[in-house]
Design a protein around this ligand. Structure first.
Ligand code: NAP
Length: 301
C-alpha cells in the first residue's frame, strides 16, 4: 500500500521566508478568561510545538465585545514580556459589526492601528483581511497593504475566505505578496480540496491556514450520518496509531500536498497538547481517500 510522506513539524509561511509550525493555535474562543488561564493556554500551545498564533480584531464580539480576544492576548504579553518573541503572531480585520465587511483604506488603516494597540505590539507578523469586501477595489487594498508594510506595522499579508478569483485579482494588483489564505477546511468541509483553492495555494506559494479543522468540534461529536461516517474513517486510522480521532483529523488535513496548517481551536490545555499526536500518523493513500469519500458522501468516479 502506498504511503504518503510524513508532515514535517515546520513549514514556511508562504513565500515570506518565515518558519511556522505545521499546526497553529487559534483564539476565536479565547476571550472571557482570566489572564492566568489565558497564559496557561499560550504556554500549552508553545509546549505542543506550535509557533503560529491566530487571532482577529472581531474575536470576542458578542459576549465579551469586539477586540476582547486581542486585548486579552495583549494582557498576557504585558505580564509575560518574553512570549511575544516566541511566536509568529497573526491577526485579521475587515469585519465591522453590525455592517458586514469594510476593506476601504480608511477603515483598514485604523483597524490595524487598533489591533496593534490592543495587542500591545509594534508589529504583527501576519495581517489578514478576514472576509472579502466586494465594494472595495483591490487596487485600494493593495495601496493600503503596501503602506502598512512600509510603516513596519505589518510584516506579511494574507487573506481569509477569499475565492480563488479574488485572490488572483488581488495578487495581480498588490506589490506585497499574499503569503497565506485562510479557508474553512476539515474532513467535514472539503470544498477547498475540490474547488481549486488548495491548488492555487500551491501554485502561488501561499500557506493554507485551515479554520475549524474539527468542524467546530463535530469531529469529536458527530451528529448526522455523513459526520458519523467521517468520524468512523478517522477513528480506524487513529486506533491503528494509538492516537485520538481529533489528532487523526488534523493529520488528514496536513497530509494534503498543500500542507495546510490546521488552526487548533481548543481552549483546553490537555487537548492542545494532544494535537501534537497528529505527527504520529502515517497515512496510506487508501486510508486518506476513504476519509475523503466519507466526507463526499458519494464514491469517487
Ligand atoms: P475546531 O478545532 O474545529 O473546534 C474547536 C471546538 O471544538 C472547541 O469549542 C473545542 O472545545 C471543541 N472540541 C470538542 N472536543 C474536542 C476535542 N476532543 N479536541 C479539540 N477540540 C474539541 O476549531 P474552531 O475553534 O472552530 O476554529 C479554530 C480557529 O480557526 C479559530 O480559533 C480561529 O483562529 C480560526 N477561525 C477562523 C475563521 C475565519 O473566518 N477566518 C472562522 C472560524 C475560525 P474545547 O475548547 O473545550 O476543547
Amino acid at each position: 500500500m502506498s504511503n504518503l510522506p510524513n508532515t514535517p513539524a515546520t513549514r514556511q509561511l508562504g513565500s515570506s521566508g518565515i518558519e511556522i509550525s505545521s499546526l497553529a493555535w487559534g483564539m476565536w474562543r479565547f476571550a472571557g478568561q482570566d489572564v492566568a488561564a489565558a497564559t496557561e493556554l499560550v504556554h500549552a500551545a508553545l509546549d505542543a510545538g506550535i509557533t503560529l498564533f491566530d487571532t482577529a480584531d472581531i474575536y470576542g464580539f458578542g459576549e465579551q465585545g469586539f477586540g476582547a480576544a486581542e486585548e486579552l492576548l495583549g494582557e498576557v504579553f504585558n505580564e509575560n514580556p518574553d512570549l511575544r518573541g516566541r511566536m509568529v503572531l497573526a491577526t485579521k480585520g475587515g469585519i465591522t459589526p453590525p455592517v458586514p465587511y469594510d476593506s476601504s483604506a480608511e477603515y483598514l488603516t485604523k483597524a490595524i492601528d487598533n489591533s496593534l494597540r490592543r495587542l500591545r505590539v509594534d508589529q504583527v507578523d501576519l495581517w489578514q483581511i478576514h472576509r472579502p469586501d466586494i465594494l472595495t477595489h483591490p487596487s485600494e487594498i493593495a495601496r493600503t497593504i503596501e503602506n502598512v508594510v512600509k510603516a513596519g506595522k505589518v510584516r506579511t499579508f494574507g487573506v481569509s475566505n477569499f475565492t480563488t478569483a479574488q485572490i488572483a485579482t488581488l495578487a495581480q494588483l498588490c506589490p506585497v505578496p499574499i503569503v497565506s489564505t485562510q479557508p474553512e477546511l476539515s474532513p467535514l468541509c472539503i470544498d477547498t480540496v475540490e474547488n481549486g483553492e488548495l491548488d492555487q495555494a500551491m501554485a502561488m506559494d501561499m500557506a493554507v491556514l485551515a479554520w475549524s479543522p474539527l468542524g467546530g468540534g463535530r469531529i469529536a461529536d458527530p451528529k448526522d450520518q455523513r459526520e458519523q461516517a467521517v468520524a468512523a474513517a478517522l477513528s480506524g486510522v487513529a486506533a491503528a496509531h494509538g492516537v485520538s480521532r481529533t489528532a487523526a483529523a488534523y493529520s488528514w488535513i496536513m497530509a494534503h500536498p498543500a500542507r495546510p496548517v490546521p488552526i487548533v481551536g481548543s481552549q483546553n490545555p490537555a487537548r492542545i497538547a494532544e494535537a501534537a499526536d497528529a505527527f504520529k500518523i502515517q497515512w496510506t493513500r487508501a486510508d486518506w481517500y476513504a476519509v475523503l469519500v466519507a466526507a463526499r458522501g458519494v464514491p469517487l468516479p
